[in-house]
Design a protein around this ligand. Sequence first.
Ligand SMILES: [Mn+2]
Length: 334
Amino acid sequence: MAQASRPIKEAADFLEKIVSRKDRTLVLCHHNSDLDAVASATVLSETLKGMGVDCRAAAAESVSTLGKTILHFFGKEIEVDPPLDFDLVILVDTSGYGHLGDFGAQVREFPGKLAVIDHHRPVEEMQKAAEFYFVKEDYSSESELIFKIISEMGGTLSPEQASLLLSGIISDTAHFRLARPETFGILASLIEAGADYRKMIEILKTPEDPSRRIAMLKAASRSETTRLEDQIIVFSELGSFEGDAASMLVRIGADAAFVGCEDKGDLRLSGRARSEFVEKTGLHMGKFMEELSKTFNGSGGGHPSAASMNGKGKFKDMKKHLFKQLQQKIKPKT
Ligand SMILES: [Mn+2]
């Protein structure tokens, strides 16, 4: 039967077989394990343990920073590269030996039984090697798959386990952008089981560099806004993150934004524009910056809506010249 159409019950039946066989089991996930991997491995391992199986969870090679953060938050740990003294290794969120980094060689030599429960593209070699091979490529995360299997077995989740799986789903679906309709049903069940959505969102936020945040605020507070015809042009002065600042100014309202600086006669300028600005005005930022840079003995260029230049001269001269050029390019409609 094609992998995609196999019922979840097959996986539940297999796990129940492990319970009755009393296999000493390792649930193993891929190297540099992300949230989906550590959540799946941890929750599946704990569930099997709760059913009387001698079971542990592990990651190959290393755990990602976010993976460590979430485990630490729940006071949980996952082993890394444990000695393979088990009857069975279940690979989760892992499609093949290659996904296990250097530890893959040891798993390849492992004389015991192998099972794969995954949501990546099937790997033929693994299909042959595994006693049980179950791949649901249509699942947007392994955490969803683990949830479905545990539910099928009649298992329940603690609030911590529900939160862990939720974090795996949020991260693998890129905050639900890649979610399937079914994902939201699972999400509701996890919330009902006590998952803390707000807390997980908070943990998943990648910390932003404070110096970058200050730079963005400076760029915003120093910004000058001008209207040229129906276009909102914003200019600001900043000595670092100029491109990011110009993008930010476009995001918060500018049609085109220019952010630059002068350091002892060395000029730098970054420009960003909305695609509608490029269409309406016909102003290609890359060409515009190239022309501008020639006036100041520098070089410049880029894309239609994102470009930069450098040159020699005084900041206020560059700014004056920039506006004059913009006025010429953005002409009233005739
Ligand atoms: Mn995954």
